[in-house]
Design a protein around this ligand. Structure first.
Ligand code: ATP
Ligand code: FE2
Length: 331
């Protein structure tokens, strides 16, 4: 079985082609990078519609297969930015209708988890998924990925990006902050907000920007921002690990690129005798292959949708999706 997956929830338009043995035949992604400021949804959508034919053609060229070999078209219908989601859905619907292929709806967050599990050979992990739009600690229980902690306001990646922008650094800000933090040597007190199992970054962001305007050294602020935010994630992840007693800790999402975060979470895993599995970057950030692979899993369980009913779902929550393909402790 072969599925073509289309990712289009935010800044990336991606096409992935994956078979049911988990071979990634193609994973071609094009990222919209704003010239100034953050991501404007309509500008990103315009980028996606203009680049879509090229990305699609390249994916087929790389995979060396044709549309005849494809058994289904998977598309990320949410969560994400409305204009971007609609662009991806339009491409997927058109392909499904024209070539008479089943259309498979995929939840973007589920896809991050499934590709991470497949690539890292992980069966039943505690997942820490941190990106520009999401901050979620989740694990499988009773038919779904349950959330064992999430952000109450902005995502961690977004917090880093906005702080970086205020400091005059280009988008995305995460890598700049990581680089500057290495030169920081003084911890500046910033708000550490953990409520139960949830975290909040908006107060931290406001305080960090205020300190920046007060003239504190940027390197020290980057260091302090990382230490504070990452410690919050570690606290929540550690409690979730202890509660769920999972034996693997899987780190995914764009922020998984950060070496300091990796090192802190690997210590958390070690303390609880869990294996730490950071997802390789090309599969940790938004990509088409994750949608294709989750499409394979869905198609095997007949999870297809009529084109007429394929509405986008900008606020589609991870814990509202049934996961029929999961077998606890499998194999
Ligand atoms: P989602 O739609 O799942 O929320 P996304 O659209 O934010 O994903 P990703 O590519 O998963 O896309 O993540 C991008 C985020 O990762 C940005 O906020 C960026 O700053 C952050 N990031 C990238 N590299 C690093 C790094 N080295 N350190 C910290 N953050 C990083
Ligand atoms: Fe994502």
């Amino acid at each position: 079985m072969i599925v073509l997956g289309i990712e289009c929830t935010a800044h990336t338009f991606g096409c992935g082609i994956v078979d049911s043995d988990g071979h990634v035949l193609a994973n071609v992604n094009s990222e919209y990078v704003p010239i100034t400021g953050g991501i404007h949804p309509r500008e990103a959508a315009r980028h996606h519609s203009s680049i879509a034919p090229k990305v699609l053609a390249e994916a087929f060229k790389k995979s060396d297969i044709s549309m005849d070999d494809v058994d289904g078209i998977a598309v990320s219908l949410g969560p994400g930015l409305g204009p971007c989601l609609r662009t991806g859905a339009t491409v997927a619907r058109a392909l499904a209708a024209y070539y008479d292929k089943p259309l498979i709806p995929v939840n973007h967050c589920v896809a991050h988890i499934e590709i991470a599990k497949m690539i890292c050979k992980s069966l039943d992990p505690l997942v820490v998924y941190i990106s520009g739009g999401n901050t979620i600690v989740a694990a499988f229980s009773s038919g779904r990925y349950r959330i064992f902690g999430e952000t109450l306001d902005i995502a961690l990646g977004n917090c880093l990006d906005v702080f970086a922008r205020e400091a005059g650094l280009s988008h995305p800000g995460g890598p700049h902050i990581e680089r500057l933090a290495l030169k920081g040597n003084r911890y500046i007190q910033l708000p550490y907000v953990v409520k139960g199992q949830d975290v909040s970054f908006s107060g931290l962001l406001t305080a960090a920007i205020r300190r920046l305007k007060e003239g504190y050294r940027l390197e020290d602020l980057c260091f302090s921002l990382q230490e504070t935010a990452f410690s919050m994630i570690c606290e929540v992840a550690e409690r979730a690990l202890s509660h769920t007693m999972k034996h693997e800790l899987l780190l995914t999402g764009g922020v998984a690129a950060n070496k300091r975060l990796r090192s802190m979470l690997s210590k958390v895993a070690e303390l609880h005798e869990a294996t730490f599995k950071p997802v390789p970057l090309q599969y940790a950030r938004d990509n088409g292959a994750m949608i294709a692979w989750t499409g394979i899993l869905g198609l095997q369980f007949g999870l297809i949708l009529n084109v007429e009913k394929s509405y986008v779902r900008p606020r589609w929550r991870l814990d509202s999706v049934d996961i029929p393909w999961f077998r606890e402790g499998f194999p």
